[in-house]
Design a protein around this ligand. Structure first.
Ligand code: C2O
Length: 540
């Protein structure tokens, strides 16, 4: 196994999109940032230097970080942020994961432009569990704002309103030629007739689940979130932010140019979204430069297509899902509206009906500490940073997907974690709620891959629905797109000690509090305890 050394310099760089040039926060002047390519079993050493005027941290999305939680990256969860002028070196080893992951800033909305692909190939000397492709292409889906994204979220926080939606979706940082001033930069994916291309699709968008399609070409899905799947073919993918999907395509169509396109899957009712389409071009060798063929994308609210797609996911091999469980948890996920106190200045109450938007799990609206990270407080036994009273189930039971009076649900702010014993077998039911609006929430857990043993619509029914669990070959992921007005059940073994944030990967929902922390205690001995913190861990 190798060790790969990299330097990341976070800095403001002028970037021109949609006819205007902006000072954009990038890594090494690149947007999207550098692609990291390693083999399973390798180690990464990445020195991050902050030359921007914002605090920053980098998260290696989906990397398990076994006992190295100090390198996970979410600010005030596993580390204090890297201040302007400061630096921090992330060190970790990748073990047992193969496929596509990515990295991104985990501080305010910096990840809008600070992100890149992290490709993990099989161990040296080993091969893919599918025929070797002729080419490989990472495709990063993203969102672009005409304004500084940090200003967009700050304004939302000041007003209590929903933030402005993005001005374009992007493929590898480029809106594509359906947008103004964007023809020149459009991403071209070259291919020769007869070749196969392994396309690694990453949804790096800040707030938008996306459909993905390539005109006239079938997509054979072979992996997701760096786990292999039983191959299946489809015309369309849906990825929630945070998710990745690896597909094989074969160039078996007439020599021509075909659009690769992504558009919104918007399950929330009456919520604003950008209904434009981002494109790249799959360009056959020897094709003439005519207008590419456009695929027909699903309509923005096509939940049936999403359900059909996610039902096709099965692990490639039979897996070891915990059969018995020690921790049976039930977390509601969803939005809320908090009353504005009387005499509160109007400009801070621009959510629905003169209130402020909020979000919660089990009615707790998560607030980040600001003086120390949760992992440091846990490791050094420093009180007053967080509490461990996050509830195992919601405080009140009601028809989660029905019409609910808002007075039932006033999320309460708190920095609450849920404690897990080392080695415990955990099941979490993630239940969407329809308070304010039901929505497909991409729930991401740091430090773990989990099995998605079942999903469905309505209220989870522990008798009826448990009978349908797939404990043989469920897919393993780090981010689950919980169905709108429905639920997902995940299982995993708590074998990685540390403080792990679990949150909705729609970033505006993190700002509103849709998160909690799973605090996994040390077990016995060196291999069951978190390593000591690195000496250069940033100070608060
Ligand atoms: Cu990709 Cu906590 O995030």
């Amino acid at each position: 196994a190798k060790t790969h050394n990299h330097e990341f310099v976070v800095e403001a760089t002028p970037v021109k999109r949609l006819c205007k040039t902006h000072n954009t926060i990038t890594v090494n002047g690149q947007y999207p940032g550098p692609t990291l390519e390693i083999n399973n079993g390798d180690s990464l050493v990445i020195k991050v230097t902050n030359k921007a005027r914002y605090n920053v941290t980098i998260h290696w999305h989906g990397i398990r970080q076994m006992r190295t939680g100090w390198a996970d990256g979410p600010e005030f969860i596993t580390q204090c942020p890297i201040r302007p002028g400061g630096s921090y070196t992330y060190r970790f080893t990748v073990e047992g994961q193969e496929g596509t992951l990515w990295w991104h800033a985990h501080s305010s909305w910096l990840r809008a432009t600070v992100y890149g692909a992290l490709i993990i190939r099989p161990r040296e000397g080993e091969t893919y569990p599918f025929p070797k492709p002729n080419r490989e292409t990472p495709i990063l889906l993203g969102e672009w704002w005409d304004r500084n994204p940090i200003d967009v979220v700050r304004q939302a926080q000041r007003t209590g309103a929903a933030p402005n939606v993005s001005d374009a979706y992007t493929i590898n940082g480029q809106p594509g030629d359906l947008y103004k001033c964007s023809t020149k930069g459009t991403t071209i994916v070259p291919i020769r007739y007869g070749e196969t291309n392994l396309i690694r699709v990453i949804n790096a968008a800040l707030n938008q689940p996306l459909f993905f399609k390539i005109a006239n070409h079938k997509l054979t899905v072979v992996g997701a979130d760096a786990s292999y799947l039983k191959p299946f073919t489809t015309n369309v993918l849906m990825l929630g932010p945070g998710q990745t999907t690896d597909v094989l395509i074969t160039a078996n169509q007439p020599i021509s140019r075909y659009y690769i396109a992504a558009s919104a899957y918007q399950s929330a009712q009456n919520a604003a979204f950008d209904n434009t389409t981002t494109t790249a071009i799959l360009q056959y060798h020897n094709s003439i430069k005519t207008k590419p063929i456009m695929p027909s994308l699903p309509s923005f609210n096509d939940t049936n297509t999403v359900t059909k797609f996610s039902k096709s996911f099965k692990s490639l091999k039979k897996v070891e899902v915990p059969n018995e469980i020690d921790e049976n948890l039930f977390f509601t996920i969803g939005l809320g509206l908090n009353k504005c106190p009387k005499n509160f200045r109007k400009r801070r109450c621009q959510g629905l009906n003169g209130s402020r938007f909020t979000a919660s799990m089990n009615n707790v609206s998560f607030t980040l500490p600001n003086n120390l990270s949760i992992l440091q407080a846990h490791y050094f036994g420093i009180p007053g940073v967080f509490t461990t009273d996050f509830p195992a189930k919601p405080p009140v039971k009601f028809d989660y997907t029905g019409n609910v009076s808002r007075s039932l649900w006033q999320p309460v702010p708190g920095t609450k974690a849920y404690k897990l014993k080392f080695g415990s077998r955990v099941q979490i039911v993630l239940q969407d709620t329809s308070i304010v609006t039901a929505e497909n929430h991409p729930i991401h857990l740091h430090g773990y891959d989990f099995y998605i043993v079942a999903q469905g619509f309505g209220n989870f029914d522990s008798k009826k629905d448990t009978a349908k669990f797939n404990l043989v070959d469920p897919p393993m992921r780090n981010t689950v797109a919980v169905p709108v007005n429905g639920w997902s059940v995940i299982r995993f073994v708590a074998d990685n000690p540390g403080a792990w944030i679990m949150h909705c990967h729609l970033d505006v929902h993190i700002n509103w509090g849709l998160a909690t922390v799973l605090l996994v205690e040390d077990g016995v001995g060196k291999y069951q305890s978190i390593e000591p913190p690195p000496l250069d861990l940033p100070r608060c």
